[in-house]
Design a protein. Sequence first.
Length: 62
Amino acid sequence: MQVAKSEVQELLDQMPEQCELEELQYRLYVLEKVKRGQASFQQHGGISQADAEKRLNKWITG
């Protein structure tokens, strides 16, 4: 999955004038991960809040 040029430009506009390259790389990484998650949700759906809470409770309590 690729990030569109317009999304990169918007990201650059939100960043301060003086920033580290690593910060930009990290933000692009996060943006890509979010886009992949959204695409996965569109293809496969998700789970309800109640189901997520049940899964978390089982995971925490064993």
